[in-house]
Design a binder for this molecule. Structure first.
Ligand code: CMP
Length: 436
């Protein structure tokens, strides 16, 4: 059995896709221009048939994904394929051209149109596009734009091919000039430009022009509508954030907030954008189930786990218990994070930035704390009011841990509490001494 997501299968699918695209371009052209298929063109055509048939064989032996599970059982795989893509894959693999033109049989030219069955493979393209869209490293909007352009170009090519068939008056031109002229007509008609230098003369041409014009008008509307919304969404995070900023600016103006305060609010959002693209991590995490939440929190918060010396010595169990409960906050320079005398209900871990431990009036600086340090533990440990005021001296990314979790962790892992207690006692003595 071949794994549906193995590298071999992916490369094989890419090769088949390339040959499908080649067929989608070449077959209609060959049908209308009726050039002889000789040399490498003939070999390539045989190769396409052989590889398409091989693909049918391989598909009988390739596992597939059913919801969350992968099906590998050969009978089930075969049944799934027979009910699904088999008919299309098989029809597109039959070398109709060789059968009807290779001297085997000389039949009506109409039968040669059976070659178009090969284009049925394009139906598979939607499946491929969907899979490509799931690839997180590609911007989905750019991808959709690329697909849109691809389909437009392919459609114009087909429209040009049909025009060659109905445009009898250009027979004296070389094949390439005839194609170029038709492609020019197709694009100018589909794009609703219509210069009018190539005009329909016969009834067939007029009817066909009408159809392409209607198609072009519909396509034009579709493209304009899509491109506008695609462009607006090209950077979803940015669009979201700009919208939010517009609302906040309007609010600040309406409430006539002082200019300095407005400036601080703007600085806060600028920092939020620079540090996390404006996402509110807690609300994203809130939607996830507990197991995923722990893993995502562990990933997002690994920086803080690595930075805080207290965590570095702690067991995995302590860290997992704490990490999911950590809540991110951003503070701008000058923010009073903790005020002396207040009742404390959480402790703080500095992930980025720096804070100052200051006296009640804010004039005296007792200590500076930075990345990896924690504070706010004294009030929790000793059930006392906050022993000092903490002021942000730079932009800070700070994580908080609420008192309930703090108490639970300490009860469960006393040795972890001992470390915090030792530091707290030392700080408390120092601050008390300075305040008296
Ligand atoms: P808490 O009393 O809860 O709130 C203020 C915090 O400031 C306090 O906990 C300590 O974490 C911190 N703190 C107080 N004094 C000092 C100090 N001398 N050095 C560092 N941090 C301190």
């Amino acid at each position: 059995m071949i794994q549906h997501d193995s590298t071999f299968r992916k490369l094989w699918d890419a090769l088949i896709l390339l040959l499908t695209l080649y067929s989608a371009v070449e077959i209609p052209l060959r049908i209308v221009l009726q050039y002889a298929q000789a040399g490498w063109l003939l070999h390539l055509d045989w190769l396409v048939s052989v590889l398409f048939l091989a693909d049918v064989g391989l598909n009988f032996r390739t596992s597939y994904r059913l919801k969350a599970a992968v099906v590998r059982e050969p009978r089930q795989v075969a049944r799934h394929y027979l009910r699904g893509w088999f008919a299309i894959d098989f029809l597109s693999a039959i070398p109709f051209d060789q059968i009807f033109s290779g001297g085997l049989m000389d039949v009506n030219r109409l039968l040669r149109l059976l070659r178009l069955f090969r284009l049925l493979r394009l139906l598979r393209l939607a499946q491929f596009m969907r899979r490509l869209g799931q690839n997180v490293s590609l911007n989905p909007v750019i991808l959709r734009m690329a697909f849109l352009v691809f389909w437009i170009v392919l459609l114009a090519h087909w429209m040009a091919c049909i025009w060659i068939a109905v445009d009898g008056c250009a027979n004296e031109l070389s094949l390439s000039r005839r194609y170029l002229r038709s492609l020019y007509w197709a694009f100018s008609t589909l794009g609703t430009v219509g210069y009018g230098d190539i005009v329909p003369v016969t009834t067939a041409q007029t009817v066909y022009s009408l159809i392409v014009m209607i198609l072009g008008a519909a396509m034009y509307g579709y493209v304009v509508g899509n491109v506008a919304s695609l462009l607006a969404n090209i950077d979803v995070a940015k669009a979201h954030f700009s919208e939010k900023m517009d609302r906040i600016n309007a609010f600040m103006k309406y409430r006539e907030l002082p200019v300095a305060l407005q400036e601080r609010i703007r600085n806060y959002y600028d920092y939020l954008w620079d540090s996390r693209l404006g996402y509110d991590e807690s609300s994203v995490l809130a939607e996830l189930p507990p197991s995923l939440k722990t893993d995502v929190s562990m990933h997002i918060n690994r920086a803080i786990i690595e930075k805080v010396p207290l965590f570095r010595g702690a067991s995995d169990a302590v860290i997992r218990d704490i990490v999911v409960e950590l809540r991110p906050h951003v503070f701008v320079p000058g923010d009073m994070i903790v005020r002396s005398g207040e009742v404390g209900d959480r402790m703080y871990f500095i992930s980025r930035g720096a804070v100052e431990v200051v006296s009640d009036d804010g004039r005296e600086v007792f200590a500076s704390l930075h990345e990896g340090n924690f504070f706010g533990e004294i009030a929790l440990l000793f059930s006392a009011p906050r022993s000092a005021t903490i002021r942000a001296s730079r932009f800070c990314d700070i994580y908080t841990l609420d008192k309930t979790t703090f108490d639970a962790v300490l009860a469960r892992y006393p040795e972890f509490g001992d470390q915090i207690r030792a530091e707290a006692q030392q700080r408390r003595n120092l601050t008390e001494r300075r305040q008296t």
